[in-house]
Design a protein around this ligand. Structure first.
Ligand code: ADP
Ligand code: MG
Length: 701
């Protein structure tokens, strides 16, 4: 890479921007610690800390006391404290009475019981912001369920403006934060380099960085506040895209991709092994993947298919294609259970080929491990199935040209990249997931990822019937489970937590296991599976369930990903209100894999209408794509696809769903920027400053 000239202004910005918050007036060691809880350590962090939920108090719009509606609704007003007194009600209860006024009228504010401590902070003559329910009263307006927030001198001067409301922690107050931000803004006033190319600012008519910063904290009015937000949303998405594209290009241009040949005898032998016809969706997905692999350009594809849509077959075909070309392929999965299961499935599907398939997890030890590592390095193994064990340094491939990760939401970008970097080539990358990721999110997270979607399920499946009950029905539900098992079927019971906990009143897996195996289900065999068990124990239990010696598996969400036991026809989810829709859908996908009518029963002890409405969606809808969207609506993007999980910085102000249009535009502009060295050199500095070496780490440069 070319040496860049050191820019003088960069040194300056580094100085004050990276200075610790403690250097600000009013922030001592204690408040600095409180700020750290909010992830704010430097002056730059303070400026990047935008008001909470985008909320601001608009003093210019407050009503005067005389104008307040007296219909007992909560209202807010600014007042001066006239007197503070202690009184007794005629029932002998103590209460505090604070009399306040403004230019128009008086009001009496009542504080009962614990609320009375609020009064301690108040002084006669102070100005304060009052909220509470307002009634007419005899002599003055009467305010109950109130709070009175004293204002300091600075607030008073500004009481006609719009003030930011920040998230708080510890002893921090709004005033602390407002004062800190103001000092930081003064520093910015002296020197703050622009972070977007001038050309883009003028083309998109964006606010300059300083003006935007000033107005996102202390807006002059609401329209400029919107302009400030728009600018930062754009900036965030644009810089992220620039970073992704830039580093992606760098990774790509470094190594050669591999051109696999047309489908050969290996692929057709796998096809011969299938006991069924591929669905149209599978054929289409395979066509796309197969063409990608035949191209010299490295494949970078996301295969989305609902739970049970048959993605494993596709991975088998791709692995066979690699092997028949004399290269190695690997598939990485998030759990040991899943690795074992895939190993068995793939070994079966490769039966008619001469390819050697092996398994590598942390429980493969000793001489077997040595042998596998040696044979991988020498090229004696064609296909390897494994867990995170595959990305360890000791694992060396001979000629890795295909990297598949299954159920990708468990893997970070970093882990995937680490695996891909084990090749002297730029390998073809296939990411398989049952969690439908909106196209735009895929763009943000992966840069330029192609997407294949398999909609629908293979034919012959009976739809799973989903029912929802409160805990009163448990005896009947488990009696039903007993009947189902006696018919020769198997069942799952899923529980939200592993151990007893004070905070959650939820049945834990071990507890439920004890209860069921000694109670309702004592006549049959139950197994327990949770994340804290040793891998070997887990393997034993899982094997028992697969071979049918265990009838009912009581488990935590460890079974969520990929477990395939077609004989299981009933699942009970305890404490169902604790789960997200998409997650329950994944869980539910463990049944309905065979030819039997399958059931999923959601149990809850909550009778909240929202909870029941949410669970009802599960009853009505069996399309994972629709459920994921509903989940997004109900729980927000962060819950479903935490950016952190993907190894990328969290979005600060932009909202993937809401700002989709901006994202697409930012992406187009980012593409142009990265292609234009003069323009990119400006951005590169910001990227380095903003994300540090984060992108480099992600792509393992
Ligand atoms: P997922 O997409 O959730 O990983 P799997 O690959 O585990 O799904 O497939 C689920 C089940 O469906 C497996 O038992 C598999 O053998 C079966 N299956 C896959 N494709 C077909 C098909 N075309 N027709 C019938 N059954 C199929
Ligand atoms: Mg699967």
């Amino acid at each position: 890479m070319q040496e860049k000239k050191e820019r003088p202004e960069l040194v300056v910005i580094l100085l004050w921007w990276h200075e610790p918050v403690i250097s600000l007036k009013g922030i001592g060691p204690k408040k600095a610690l409180d700020l750290r809880k909010l992830n704010v350590e430097t002056i730059g962090d303070i400026l990047n800390m935008y008001p909470r939920f985008n909320s601001y108090i608009d003093y210019s719009r407050f009503k005067k006391i005389k104008e307040l509606a007296t219909n007992n609704e909560k209202q807010i007003f600014v007042c001066e404290i006239v007197s503070i007194g202690e009184k007794y009600s005629h029932k002998g209860k103590r209460y505090s009475l604070v009399t306040v006024r403004d230019e128009t009228a008086y009001a009496e504010i009542y504080f009962f019981a614990q609320q009375r401590f609020l009064v301690k902070k108040l002084k006669v003559g102070n100005k304060a912001i009052a909220t509470g329910k307002v009634k007419p009263g005899r002599t003055a307006r009467m305010v109950t369920e109130a709070s009175l927030q004293p204002m300091d001198k600075e607030d008073e001067q500004e009481s006609l403006g719009i003030l930011p409301v920040y998230s708080l922690a510890g002893s921090l107050t709004q005033n602390d934060l407002r004062r800190a931000v103001k000092q930081a803004l003064l520093l910015a006033e002296k020197h703050l380099p622009e972070s977007l190319p001038q050309k883009i600012i003028s083309e998109r008519k964006l606010l300059g960085r300083l003006e935007a910063l000033n107005n996102i904290h202390f807006p002059k009015n609401f329209s400029i506040l919107k302009a400030a937000k728009d600018r930062f949303i754009f900036e965030e998405l644009y810089l992220l895209q620039c970073g992704l594209l830039y580093y992606r290009n760098k990774v790509k241009s470094g190594k050669k991709g591999i051109k696999h040949g047309k489908d050969g005898v290996g692929v057709s032998r796998v096809l011969d092994c299938l006991p069924f016809q591929m669905t149209d969706a599978q054929k289409q997905a395979w066509l796309e993947i197969s063409l990608d692999m035949q191209d010299e350009k490295p494949m970078h594809r996301l295969l989305q298919g609902d739970v049970g849509s048959g993605k494993t077959v596709i991975s088998a075909l791709a692995l066979a294609k690699t092997a028949e070309n004399g290269y190695q392929g690997c598939i990485m999965v998030p759990t040991e259970i899943l690795a074992q299961q895939h190993f068995q499935t793939l070994t079966g599907l490769m039966e008619k080929t001469s390819f050697r398939v092996e398994l590598l997890t942390s429980s493969v030890k000793g001489s077997k491990r040595k042998e596998i590592l040696a044979d991988l390095a020498s090229g004696n193994i064609d296909i390897i199935v494994g867990t995170h064990a595959l990305i360890q340094d000791e694992v060396i491939f001979n000629s890795l040209t295909l990297v598949i990760t299954d159920e990708q939401h468990r893997f970070g970008v970093e882990q995937r990249a680490k695996l891909a970097n084990k090749s002297e080539f730029s390998p073809d990358v296939l990411v398989m997931t049952a969690t439908p990721i909106p196209r735009t999110l895929a763009l943000t997270v992966y840069g330029d990822l192609d997407v294949s979607v398999m909609r629908g399920l293979p034919p012959g499946r009976k739809p799973i019937e989903t029912l929802c009950f409160t805990n009163e029905k448990r005896p009947e539900i488990y009696a039903g489970m007993l009947r189902e098992v006696k018919k020769g079927h198997q069942a799952y019971v899923v529980c939200p937590l592993i151990e007893e906990s004070d905070t959650f009143d939820v049945n834990s897996a071990s507890e439920v296991y004890e209860e069921l195996s000694h109670g309702y289900l004592r006549e049959i065999t139950c197994g327990l599976l949770h994340g804290r068990m040793k891998e070997t124990e887990k393997g034993k239990v899982m094997q028992g369930f697969i071979n049918g010696s265990i009838d009912v598996l009581v488990a935590t969400t460890v079974i969520e990903v990929g477990v395939n036991v077609p004989n299981a026809s009933l699942m009970v989810i305890e404490g169902a209100d604790r789960f997200g829709l998409a997650q329950m859908h994944q869980l539910r996908g463990r049944v309905g894999r065979g030819n039997n009518q399958s059931y999923c029963v959601l149990l809850t002890d909550s009778d909240k209408p929202e909870t029941l409405a949410r669970l009802k969606i599960m009853h009505e809808c069996s399309d994972g794509f629709v459920l994921a969207e509903k989940d997004l609506e109900l729980r927000g993007a962060g819950q479903l696809f935490g950016m952190r999980q993907h190894g990328l910085p969290d979005l600060h102000i932009a909202d993937i769903l809401h700002d989709m249009d901006v994202l697409l535009e930012a992406r187009t502009l980012a593409k142009k920027t990265v292609a234009e060295p003069a323009m990119f050199s400006d951005v590169e500095i910001v990227l380095k400053n903003q994300f540090d070496e984060r992108f480099q780490r992600i792509f393992n440069l």
